[in-house]
Design a binder for this molecule. Structure first.
Ligand code: COA
Length: 320
């Protein structure tokens, strides 16, 4: 039995914010952002929330997979920006789509979250506990950015991506995952206030803080090794991979990973130019764009890879 992605969906906020738009509210430029990151524009949520975008992405994935709400046994949302601590985004989706039979919970593995959600769903499906799962990566990162820190806030965007997975004869061939908590503070968001009356809170609330160069080094060294491990586990040669759908953090990271793997860059589809980095949502949104643009054909072999906060990383080899 294998866990197969049978449908995808995504949802981006309405509001497009270009690099030029950002240059009107902070000291930056299209030239600086484009040349260092490949990002041209991103969508930022105004009316939309993590839940509303997730619900729309879920509906689109269900339609794409031709799966009804009653068929869904499991809903997992990977996010660091759920609208509330509880109810979880997954429970809000369950209520909105009417998936009454489903078990629903959120997970936090930052930008690797969708890969981790896929591996959890795979474990449940392999055990035979569940047959059909709805998995998402969804973020409203604009809520947790430090908009006075130009080196970080220009990189991120908002959106949600969803996939329906089901037990099948083909699908997920192998995966590799890892975490390095000891290096976690190079990408942090410490904005939770303590409401205990015995504890004094810090006066300033902290939002996303990143040591960009350390994160860059982590990504370009860890991701190629992880992808190779997943390929070895799957028994698949790198030359036989049709596409590498990587977390969309930075074009330079993707180019460096392609170089280290000795794979042509045109096998690495890109959405970061119009989405920016949407953490857990990057990989499923990219996959949905590939699916809807007709890039994916049955039998193709694809590598998915996520990496980021925690630190965490995950790679998967799938047969479409
Ligand atoms: N616009 C204009 N100038 C900016 C700027 C911006 N948005 N952000 C930073 N700068 C300036 C800095 O102040 C610095 O100026 P100085 O030399 O006068 O001090 C200069 O640009 C270089 O800053 P630096 O931080 O050294 O740039 P960099 O070459 O390391 O690039 C990143 C910064 C963030 C693009 C790069 O480190 C990176 O891509 N890291 C990976 C981040 C990532 O992908 N994180 C998510 C992983 S999930």
């Amino acid at each position: 039995m294998r866990t197969k992605i049978i449908g995808t969906g995504s949802c981006l906020p309405q509001t497009v914010v270009t690099n030029d738009d950002l240059s009107k509210i902070m000291d930056t430029s299209d030239e600086w952002i484009s040349s260092r990151t490949g990002i041209k524009e991103r969508r930022l949520a105004k009316e939309e929330t993590t839940a509303t975008m997730s619900i729309e992405a879920s509906r689109r994935a269900m339609e794409n997979a031709n799966v009804s709400a009653q068929e869904i046994d499991l809903i997992i949302v990977a996010t660091v920006t759920s609208d509330h601590i509880t109810p979880s985004t997954s429970c809000e989706i369950q209520a909105a789509i009417g998936a009454d039979r489903a078990v629903a919970f959120d997970i936090n593995a930052a930008c690797s979250g969708f890969l981790f959600a896929l591996s959890i769903a795979d474990a449940y499906l392999k055990l035979g506990t569940f047959k059909t799962a709805l998995i998402l990566g969804a973020e409203t990162l604009s809520r947790i950015m430090d908009w006075s820190d130009r080196s970080t806030c220009v990189l991120f965007g908002d959106g949600a991506g969803a996939a329906i997975v089901r037990a099948d004869s083909a699908g997920l061939l192998a995966y590799d995952q890892g975490s390095a908590g000891a290096r976690g503070m190079v990408l942090s968001c410490l904005n939770r206030r303590n409401n205990n009356p015995l504890v004094k809170n810090p006066t300033d609330i902290q939002y996303v803080h990143m040591d960009g160069q350390e994160v860059y080094k982590f990504a370009v060294t860890t991701v190629p090794v992880s992808i190779k491990k997943a390929l070895d586990e799957a028994g698949v040669n790198i030359e036989d991979i049709d596409y590498f759908a990587l977390h969309q953090a930075n074009i330079r990271i993707i180019q460096a990973v392609a170089k280290r793997l000795k794979v042509p860059e045109d096998k690495f589809p890109i959405s970061l130019d119009h989405c920016g980095n949407i953490s857990a949502a990057s990989v499923p949104i990219l996959l949905d764009e590939m699916n809807r643009n007709g890039l994916l054909k049955p039998g193709m072999k694809i590598v998915l890879a996520g990496f980021g906060g925690g630190l965490t990383w995950g790679s998967a080899v799938i047969e479409w």
